[in-house]
Design a protein around this ligand. Structure first.
Ligand code: TNX
Length: 574
């Protein structure tokens, strides 16, 4: 027996209270999001109780053991049951066991899993650790919502799981959520929470937008001013960019130290989430330029932006800039194990390049016809640097202008067209079009919502998203590796507000990227959502209640009592 086993076997037992368990309404349906690929329901239920044990192969790799230990600990905290962990060789198939095991035939893909619940056992099998993790997420959702509480006791619920056999696997390999921490900074604990939440819905990429005109948020040892100067702005414009300018007078600042980033990366790895860092170039670099004005084409001085939109001061295509970017990216690469590095490259006005003798000389020296071609050249140069470090470049679809870097992956955001074009050229594509994937857009009637950037993207529109355009043939369609929801934060200042914008739209996106296309059904989703939101509520998530889809609040009593609140000033309040 390993030291770990002993530790878990001797974990303190919280005595069962004698109160009668409450029955969970709606527990007769499999309210899992994203909907699994195949579900066979049965009759009866497995009851988790004080004798239940978790069976794991304690010789299996660390990722599996960590996932099992973390899950068991959460269940112990929620239920008060001891849920000891025992080794596979001792307990395989025994009564009142939940077992996790690697089985090559459990699914065709490593992320797939099989979850078989009978009245006496729960078995999760998968060819790989991530599949087992996803099986555990499904199991968690099949338990009553009190499973999310952190200090519960045995009498808080009937801890039952319906008899069911689930065979599940994802539709896409890339299932992402993005968060912009450049416009507003969100602290380490919140970033972890966001990662944890998305992983519960089987998302596997967190796209971390770390730099922008309004803030540089990642410590770079070689360039300390990036954070000393670039992570602070003196204030923020009130509301939209109306003239005359009125600032809020409130300084805004924040950045992640390298130590914090390493901690977050490990936290994400334990949840099978890969973090893709985004370092914007050559545009949206105002904070970097404020710190190191010599990177710009003009003299400055520059300040970290206090307004939104597209900044004309961009990085000059000088050797100094490329040396700077190589240094920055080297540090970024040392922190993030992700094979992808996102270099932004969206919204690059070239006016400063047109006016700069240096930029014009670079253009002539490299036989580039115009500034647009120079943008392409800039990105290709960065791509060859990244490739020399065994990394793959991702850029926003603006990288299609001026000659696409040979192996770049494209994030299609201004519609699907550029994604289609890139896929036809043989490039991998992640679909994240504004119409379906911009979670900074309004999700209800504007008068009832906190100030947002604009647009309208209600839950059912996200759900209606189909990432693979009909005009692609099978070979081209295989280049659509997935999709992503984006949370840009110009008008989002608080953790609560991020949650309000992201949830439950992220759940709709999770189903888009995970579940089989043919099973997509908004009514089924809404029904499962009504039960699933109880889990999010138990976790304290400030989701937006999508009351439009439940007129009259008829579905569950919970809907009437749910709270969603965001303390964001609205136009009329200012
Ligand atoms: C466009 S999406 C941007 C962001 C803004 C966003 C607001 C993209 C690549 N660029 O800089 O925050 O719109 O919706």
């Amino acid at each position: 027996m390993s030291a770990f086993t002993i530790a878990f076997l001797t974990a303190s037992f919280i005595a069962s209270s004698c109160s009668s368990p409450s029955v969970n309404a709606g527990h007769d349906i499999v309210h899992v999001i994203p909907l699994p690929a195949s579900i066979k329901t049965g009759t009866g239920q497995f009851i988790l109780n004080a004798e239940t044990v978790l069976v794991v192969d304690l010789t299996s790799d660390a990722a599996i053991q960590m996932a099992a230990f973390a899950w068991a600990e959460a269940v112990r905290n929620a239920t008060g049951f001891p849920l000891p962990i025992v080794d596979f060789s001792d307990h395989q198939g025994g009564d009142n066991t939940i077992s996790l095991s690697i089985e090559d035939k459990a699914s065709d893909v490593p992320e797939g899993y099989r979850l078989a619940v009978t009245k006496t056992t729960i078995q999760i099998t998968s060819p790989a650790a991530n599949g087992l993790y996803y099986g555990l997420q499904t199991l968690r959702q099949l338990l009553p919502a009190q499973i999310e509480q952190t200090r519960g006791s045995p009498g808080d619920a009937l801890w039952s799981v319906p008899v069911v056999e689930i065979n599940d696997q994802p539709r896409f390999t890339y299932r992402g959520m993005h968060l912009d921490v450049g416009r507003h900074f969100f602290g380490v604990e919140f970033i972890k929470r966001y990662i944890d939440l998305i992983s519960r819905y089987k998302m596997n990429y967190f796209h971390w937008h770390l730099t922008d005109d309004q803030g540089w948020r990642i410590e770079i040892k070689k360039y300390p001013l990036l954070t000393e100067i670039g992570s602070r702005r003196k204030e923020t414009i009130l509301e939209k960019n109306f003239s005359p300018y009125v600032g809020d007078g409130i300084p805004h600042e924040g950045f992640y130290t390298q130590e914090e980033i390493r901690e977050i990366v490990v936290y994400a790895e334990m949840r099978f989430v890969t973090i893709i860092p985004e370092i914007e170039m050559p545009g949206h670099s105002g904070a970097a330029i404020a710190a190191y004005p010599e990177l710009a084409c003009t003299e400055g001085p520059f300040e970290v932006s206090t307004t939104w939109g597209v900044n004309e001061d961009i990085l000059c295509p000088s050797e100094q800039t490329f040396a700077f970017l190589a240094d920055v990216l080297s540090e970024v690469i040392s922190l993030f194990p992700s094979q992808y590095i996102h270099i932004g490259a969206d919204e690059v006005p070239v006016i400063r390049w047109q006016e700069s003798a240096l930029a014009q000389q670079v253009m002539r020296d490299n036989f580039l016809q115009d500034e647009s071609k120079m943008r392409g050249w800039f990105i290709r140069r960065i791509e060859s640097f990244l490739r020399s470090r065994n990394k793959k470049l991702i850029g926003w679809d603006d990288i299609l202008h001026g000659g696409l870097a040979p192996e770049a992956t494209v994030m299609s955001w201004r519609g699907m067209e550029r994604g289609i074009e890139a896929a036809k050229m043989g490039h991998d594509v992640i679909m994240t079009p504004t119409k379906y994937a911009y979670f900074d857009y309004y999700q209800g009637e504007q008068k009832g919502e906190p100030l947002a950037i604009g647009g309208f993207l209600p839950l059912d529109s996200v759900y209606a998203f189909e990432p693979v355009p009909a005009e692609l043939n099978a070979e081209e369609a295989a280049h659509i590796i997935g999709a992503q929801g984006n949370v840009w934060t110009e008008y989002i200042k608080t953790n609560d507000h991020v949650e309000y914008m992201a949830f439950p739209r992220a759940l709709a996106m999770a189903e888009v990227v995970w579940s089989p296309k043919k099973s997509r059904d908004f009514d089924s989703f809404s029904l499962r959502l009504s039960a699933n939101l109880k889990h999010l509520r138990a976790l304290g998530v400030n989701f937006r209640l999508p009351h439009e889809i439940w007129p009259g609040d008829t579905l569950t009593g919970f809907i009437q009592t749910a709270q969603t609140k965001v303390d964001t000033p609205r136009r009329g309040d200012l």
